[in-house]
Design a protein around this ligand. Structure first.
Ligand SMILES: Cc1ncc(C[n+]2csc(CCOP(=O)(O)OP(=O)(O)O)c2C)c(N)n1
Ligand SMILES: [Mg+2]
Length: 323
């Protein structure tokens, strides 16, 4: 029997369905030429963002990557501010000037999305050190991919967090690929979590297709961090169903590999689990319908929103130029 309440479980389901359907709708709009730039999509990895973020308190903070939509939704950003940002419109979270790779909303603890691979690892460590120095019981989370585990900032950031016992949780979303490069071509060890040993911190491997497992392992890491015992490295084994970005059909992956991971799809898997827990199908349908409505409303808002005004060109460039 799960230790989570019915309300908590339904919230997790609502977030997972929102991420999946929002990303699917964005893809359709992209194909219609309505999304400028590119998209790095999160379908397949929903259990990681939702499992981690629902274990956090509202004033805990997260740092994201070039693939931030799932993290932003799970941490509480509005769909309107995300949709408008991705379409480069005024009303987007960064005024339409950041685009898909720069989702941020400090008011909900979505601090940055950083498109420089691995760069958020030391930044999340710095935020955690700040919490510790101020005597606050908050934690910070760095989300990053398997590719980031081979970047210098990974070593520097985790080592510093370890020696300072900083309250930070490093969440490596091992989706098996860094762009088109399979992880086996990029590192000799099988589990990134093993690297935790070289920093003297716990390394945990979790099934990244299982939202309950991710939430439980994150809770343990949070408890440890809040007690002052320092960071944890969590490696969530997962998969991205789409190519790396929208220009990539992902043909370097075999049909067998994709269908195997599709059979582990975290969204229907969690739906089946909820039915098994006695939550009725009608209730889940009504969650799905309200998610569809919220997505349609957000996308309509973004499509109709104006472009940023030319007078905004230099705002947000320097801190002192803000209006
Ligand atoms: C420092 C740096 N090197 C290279 C790139 C180009 N790049 C963008 S995403 C990416 C792959 C990242 O893979 P991973 O960390 O596994 O994240 P995923 O895309 O799988 O979520 C690369 C190489 C970059 N943005 N930053
Ligand atoms: Mg990857």
């Amino acid at each position: 029997m799960t230790k989570f309440s019915r309300e908590q479980l339904l919230k997790m389901y609502q977030l997972m369905v929102t991420i999946r359907r929002f990303e699917d709708r964005l893809y359709q709009l992209f194909l219609q030429g309505l999304v400028p730039g590119t998209l790095h999509q999160y379908q397949g990895q929903e259990a990681v963002a939702v499992g981690v973020c629902t274990a956090l308190e509202p004033d805990d903070v997260i740092f994201s990557t070039h693939r931030p939509v799932g993290h932003g939704i799970a941490k509480g950003m509005t769909l309107k501010s995300i949709a408008a940002e991705i379409m480069g419109k005024a009303g987007g979270c960064a005024g339409g000037k950041g685009g898909q790779m720069h989702l941020t909303d400090v008011s909900v603890g979505m601090m940055t999305s950083n498109a420089i691979v691995g760069a958020n690892i030391p930044i999340a460590t710095g935020a955690a050190l700040g919490f510790k120095l101020r005597g606050e019981e908050r934690v910070s989370v760095s989300f990053f991919g398997d590719g980031a585990a081979n970047i210098g900032a990974f070593h520097e950031g985790i080592n510093l967090a370890a020696v300072k016992n900083a309250p930070v949780i490093f969440v490596c979303e091992n989706n098996q690929y860094a762009a088109s490069t399979h992880i086996s071509l990029a590192m000799k060890i099988e589990n990134i979590a093993e690297q935790a040993a070289s920093y003297g911190i716990p390394g945990q491997i979790v099934d990244g297709m299982d939202v309950i497992a991710v939430r439980e392992i994150t809770q343990q890491a949070i408890e440890r961090a809040r007690k002052g015992d320092g960071p944890t490295l969590i490696e969530a084994k997962t998969y991205r169903y789409m190519g790396h970005s929208r220009g990539d059909p992902g043909q370097y992956r075999s049909e067998d590999e994709i269908s195997n991971w599709r059979s582990l799809d975290p969204v229907p898997k969690f739906r089946a689990y909820l039915l098994d827990q006695g939550i009725n199908g009608q209730m889940l349908k009504s969650v799905e319908e309200s998610v569809d409505d919220a997505i349609s409303e957000a996308l309509d808002y973004a499509l109709a929103a104006p472009d940023p005004h030319p007078s905004e060109l230099y705002s947000h460039v320097y801190a002192n130029s803000r209006k």
